[in-house]
Ligand binder design. Structure first.
Ligand code: NDP
Ligand code: GDR
Length: 325
């Protein structure tokens, strides 16, 4: 148990925010989170822990709101998970994505520098920064070549984190996380789109599943394993950057095969490709090398690819069954 520690999470209503909040509560942290005002609440993922966390209204676009929330919550650790995180949207709204996902990082860092530079900072960097990959597997030293406005914004967020560490001696870490999924994943991302589609097709609520690039390969892990790595980075003696990945890659087609197979269906009978779902530039393959995290953080992923797919399909079957009844 970690007593008397306070953490502030931006993006607490997202997939990772929900898993991290739960992880920190289990370790005895006082957990604060930033939420955006909306006409309908988006707190579904944290509904079970809502009364155990402190929620503050603030926005990555609003510098003063961030300063105030850091002053008010007095955190020892800040996890910057908030972002416009959906790659296709970044092609439609590149400027807004840059404001949230790139400049938003600087605003959080500035708030820390102003209020209390001893705060430890975690930045949610991404394997999307590797984009058109320059070597395989990708490590902390692999050159970056982002392929979307989202990826470009994450490169900025990564380097501004490194820059504030070097310029102002902040304890600032960048976690270069490869794709991680869970039953709490947003439905527009391919894994959850597939698990949700499989469940609905199995229960007769849907007939076909339209997908884009089936050949894309990703290094998919479980979000619950990955938030542990975020926390471990902030418990070290010195700040550093780490790749967090499983070291294994699978294609979207492989994902379909395991997901449909889990409920006794053949994916070829139900999946259709739709050219409108292809991206102006896609990332064809990603595979990370987590050796540094294994050696320095003692971090290992615990959930395998097949277990992850089955966990997601089972959760969606339960949800779809409720809907059907
Ligand atoms: P989600 O899209 O599920 O969550 C994003 C969160 O950011 C939501 O809580 C959202 O709030 C919040 N947010 C968005 N814009 C703003 C804003 N302007 N001000 C305040 N909050 C805002 O993302 P994930 O949980 O999957 O990912 C967490 C982080 O990790 C993101 O930065 C993502 O880019 C990065 N990442 C994710 C990976 C993955 O595979 N999941 C891999 C590598 C990096 P609201 O609910 O109001 O929309
Ligand atoms: P990604 O995740 O872009 O890697 O970003 P996503 O699940 O959206 O796409 C993965 C790959 O699947 C292909 N694909 C489809 N994708 C979606 N969304 N919908 C489809 O129908 C579909 N068909 C095929 C895509 O072309 C792509 O190649 C995620 C996000 O969480 C980022 O925020 C994070 O930084 C990276 O992972 C690491």
């Amino acid at each position: 148990m970690t007593k008397n520690r306070r953490a502030l999470i931006t993006g607490i209503t997202g997939q990772d925010g929900a898993y991290l909040a739960r992880f920190l509560l289990d370790r005895g942290y006082e957990v604060h989170g930033i939420v955006r005002r909306s006409s309908t609440e988006t707190f579904e993922r944290i509904s079970l822990i809502r009364d155990q966390v402190y929620l503050h209204q603030a926005d990555l676009l609003d510098q003063l709101s961030l300063v105030r929330v850091v002053e008010k919550s007095q955190p020892h650790e800040v996890y910057n998970l908030a972002a416009q995180s959906f790659v296709p949207t970044s092609f439609d709204q590149p400027l807004l994505t840059g404001e949230f996902t790139a400049l938003g990082v600087t605003r959080v860092l500035e708030a820390i520098r102003l209020v209390d530079p001893s705060i430890r900072f975690y930045q949610a960097s991404s394997s999307e920064m590797f984009g058109k990959v320059q070597e395989e597997p990708q490590t902390e030293r692999t050159p970056l070549w982002p392929r979307s406005p989202y990826g470009v914004a994450k490169v900025y967020g990564h380097w501004i984190t490194v820059n504030y560490r070097e310029s102002y001696d902040l304890f600032a870490c960048s976690g270069i996380l490869f794709n991680h999924e869970s039953p709490l994943r947003g439905k527009e991302f391919v894994t959850r789109k597939i698990s949700d589609g499989v469940a609905r097709i199995k229960l007769g609520l849907q007939k076909k599943l339209k997908l884009g690039n089936l050949d894309a390969q990703r290094d998919w892990g479980f979000a619950g394993d990955y938030v542990r790595a975020m926390w471990l980075m902030l418990q070290q003696d010195a700040p550093d950057d780490f790749v967090i990945a499983t070291g294994m890659k699978h294609s979207v087609r492989d994902f379909c095969e395991v997901a449909f197979g889990h409920v006794g269906l053949t994916w070829q009978d139900h999946v259709e490709t739709d050219a409108s779902l292809l991206r102006p530039a896609d990332v064809n393959t990603l595979c990370g090398d987590p050796s540094k995290a294994q050696q320095q953080l003692g971090w290992e992923p615990e959930v395998s690819f097949a277990e992850l797919v089955r966990m997601m399909v089972d959760a969606d079957l339960e949800r779809a069954a409720k809907e059907a009844s």
